[in-house]
Design a protein around this ligand. Structure first.
Ligand code: HPA
Length: 288
């Protein structure tokens, strides 16, 4: 038998999820390091361990649960990916973005990504949140490398609005109403798994980055390729290397992401219902 194509693998994963639930989610949310608990307030939740979905791997990083959860999130049909695969774990890009392509295959219109990242902007403090307005791909790789998967999208996708402006505005408004400090800035995605050197952090600042991390860029590219609207929020878990006089540890990242998760979950609770497509005048302005 021929090796299945990526498209066939996505169909298989989507079909296996459809066998477990009839819910057709409108929104997908990827929960990053230490941010997985947000999936807790999901009603009628159907939880599927990654190991039970064809072509998914289990997750290996502490703070990444490895479960897909579908259900109602403040009135919105939502699918959560609790845990993601990173390039630094040694997975090929195809595997890193496979869960993203699968949730996009479930028919979501909007993908919200969260992550833990280091603050490169000196004004950022640990546990602050930053709305991603754009990214710089410094991973040395791209999930669309290789023959184009024309069933998924174009050969040369436009990324001039990789992070959707309407989504940015919705999150900013929600943060304003809730009194949550929400920065806006540029996320630099690096391969990892080492944290950066202070010299690299200075370089990133010169390049215009506000935050640095080891995820999100591949998923953002894959979702944009599929024509899905993308939003991203970084929880600034630490000042980037050389900016605090302290060494960086994964423990610090986990501790501060727990602190930031409180604001992040409130922000998601408030913004997600406003992100579903605005009702048209035809249905009397009611949210469907
Ligand atoms: N650098 C890269 N990735 C990160 C950091 C950092 O300082 N903090 C959390 N993820």
């Amino acid at each position: 038998m021929n090796k299945p194509t990526i498209y066939q693998k996505i169909r298989e994963a989507v079909d296996s999820i459809h066998k477990r639930t009839d819910i057709k989610p409108d929104i997908g949310i990827i929960l990053g390091s230490g941010l997985g608990d947000i999936g807790g307030d999901v009603t009628d939740a159907v939880t599927i361990p990654y190991t039970e979905i064809p072509w998914f791997h289990g997750t290996s990083v502490e703070g990444h649960a490895g479960k897909l959860v579908i259900g109602g999130f403040h009135g919105v049909k939502t699918v959560f990916l609790q845990g993601r695969f990173h390039l630094y774990e040694g997975y090929p890009m195809e595997d890193v973005v496979f869960p993203t392509r699968t949730v996009c295959g479930l028919g979501i219109q909007t993908l919200i990504m969260t992550n833990a990242s280091g603050g490169v902007n000196p004004a950022f403090e640990p546990s602050d949140l930053m709305l991603i307005s754009d990214h710089i791909n410094l991973m040395g790789d791209n999930p669309l490398k290789g023959p184009n998967l024309s069933q998924l999208g174009a050969r040369f996708p436009d990324l001039s609005e990789a992070y959707n402006k309407d989504c940015l505005e919705t999150f900013q408004n929600a943060a304003g109403k809730l009194g949550i400090k929400l920065h806006t800035g540029i996320y630099a995605g690096l391969l990892g798994p080492t944290y950066e050197t202070p010299a690299e952090v200075r370089m990133l600042r010169t390049l215009g980055a506000d935050a640095v991390g080891m995820s999100t860029v591949p998923e953002s590219i894959a979702a944009n390729h599929l024509g899905v609207r993308v939003a991203g929020i970084s929880c600034i878990t630490n000042r980037a290397a050389g900016m605090s006089g302290q060494k960086l540890t994964h423990q610090e990242v986990m501790d501060n992401s727990k602190k930031g998760a409180v604001n992040l979950s409130n922000l998601l609770r408030s913004a997600v219902p406003r992100l579903v497509h605005k009702p048209s005048a035809a249905n009397g302005g009611k949210q469907s």
